[in-house]
Design a protein around this ligand. Structure first.
Ligand code: URA
Length: 204
């Protein structure tokens, strides 16, 4: 299995899709390899493209403040994106770009082996769908529902950019992270069957 630094150095030389034309820097995932939770965003924006670090722009500030408000520490979370390179101004990554980049996310999942994965928004769900060979409903249908897989639980959440566009949703965003924190704590204390019954987990 590749280490996170090996995965990052291979992503840094990647030219497998057109996004390498528009990037300044490849934005690798960040956080501890022993993190119990992985958060997956969509794609780097301009601040991330400049710095080479995920979630350091406006969406990142919102994410940081909400994580803090529910008692989660960013330095204990592994944070990454469905694609590692910035799409052209304001664009969402295309399906084939997400598919091409999903190999990196798959390697990150095996290197970190989180108990809980929080995909924020549809691009992150699409990427997980490629890796797990299943099709997820849209985020608005499954936000806040716990989904079981062989290796980890999935807890879909809105993308912070959607909250910045529609601040009325901020309290839901915070509420869902509160649930994610409780679920993460329970994953350390309860059996798989207890988790499944407490959170009414959707079985595939
Ligand atoms: N939005 C994302 O999805 N990822 C980032 O890293 C920044 C903004």
């Amino acid at each position: 299995m590749d280490s996170l630094s090996e995965i990052c150095s291979s992503a840094s030389n990647c030219r497998d899709c057109d996004l390498h034309f528009s990037r300044k820097r490849v934005v690798c995932g960040a956080g501890p390899s022993e993190a119990r939770i992985m958060i997956i965003g969509e794609a780097p924006g301009s601040a991330e493209d400049e710095k080479g670090i995920p979630f350091v722009g406006r969406s990142g500030k919102l994410l940081d403040s909400v994580l803090k408000s529910v008692g989660m520490q960013r330095d204990q979370i592994y944070i990454t994106n469905s694609v590692k390179c910035r799409p052209k101004l304001g664009m969402t990554p295309k399906r084939n770009e997400i598919k091409t980049c999903a190999g990196y996310l798959e390697m990150e999942l095996s290197a970190v082996s989180p108990m809980l994965v929080v995909p924020m928004g549809n691009s992150a769900l699409t990427s997980l769908g490629f890796i797990l060979k299943r099709k997820f409903d849209r985020i608005s249908e499954i936000v806040g529902k716990v989904i079981e897989t062989d290796g980890f639980f999935i807890f879909p959440q809105f993308h912070p950019a959607a909250i910045l566009r529609n601040p009325k949703r901020k309290e839901y965003f915070q509420e869902y992270f509160k649930m994610a924190k409780e679920l993460l704590d329970d994953l350390g204390d309860l059996s798989r069957d207890e988790i499944i019954s407490k959170y009414r987990v959707a079985r595939p």
